[in-house]
Design a protein around this ligand. Structure first.
Ligand code: HEM
Length: 194
């Protein structure tokens, strides 16, 4: 009888320690998952997008799409495409937490007297989405890029309504071309070519 009791206690103890070991392993696993999740979260949007090379390729594709889009390309008739691409790269790098400083004009000054409509703004966003999809940017990061640029709408749109393909006012004054120094250094601070 005694020995049966002893054996029972021994089995219970083994079961207890086994369960405790399993539970602490599970807890450690959960903690590790949490830490890895936190590390992924710690990465800036700039890093998650793929940094300088990815942003540069995305903006090249986006700008080409915009300049070929008859719904909006009349607005770019007087503008310098090299300057546009340079400042878009700088801007996207800066707003996504990258190591760039935006040195272009403010969004209000840039788009002043361009008479951009809501429909034209939406067309440009559609072009951006098409580019982000082409580069397989995941839904989360795509949402974050759009959330970073979307709020600029009120500084860009001057005309209510869905109209697209509206002309650029004849008295619109474009910004000057890039300086030689800007061309030499590039939008990412001289480390790479545009
Ligand atoms: C979220 C939306 C937009 C963003 C983030 C944006 C951003 C920019 C940036 C950074 C520049 C360069 C500024 C500089 O060189 O100093 C620029 C220029 C320009 N943008 Fe936009 N833009 C947006 C929407 C639009 C729309 C909807 C249009 C027209 C349909 C437009 C037409 C232009 C034109 C024509 C220029 C050249 C201006 C010049 O030559 O002075 N943009 N934009």
């Amino acid at each position: 009888m005694k020995s049966i009791l002893k054996a029972g206690v021994a089995i219970s103890l083994i079961a207890f320690f086994a369960a405790a070991t399993l539970m602490s392993a599970a807890r450690a696993g959960a903690a590790q998952d949490k830490m890895m999740g936190a590390a992924a979260q710690d990465k800036s949007l700039y890093e998650r997008l793929g940094g300088e090379a990815a942003i540069s390729a995305v903006i090249d594709d986006f700008a080409a799409r915009v300049l070929a889009d008859a719904r909006i390309n009349q607005k770019f008739a007087k503008s310098n495409p090299e300057r546009l691409v340079f400042h878009l790269k700088e801007q996207v790098c800066a707003v996504t937490g990258g190591p760039c400083k935006y040195t272009g004009n403010s969004m209000t000054k840039t788009h002043h007297n361009m008479k951009v409509t809501e429909g034209e703004f939406n067309a440009l966003v559609e072009d951006l989405v098409a580019t982000l999809d082409k580069f397989n940017v995941p839904a989360k990061e795509k949402g974050e890029v759009l959330a970073a640029l979307g709020p600029l709408k009120s500084q860009i749109v001057e005309v209510k309504g869905d109209a697209t393909g509206t002309p650029l006012p004849a008295d619109f004054k474009p910004a000057p071309p890039l300086t030689d120094k800007q061309k030499k250094e590039g939008p990412f601070g001289g480390k790479s070519k545009m």
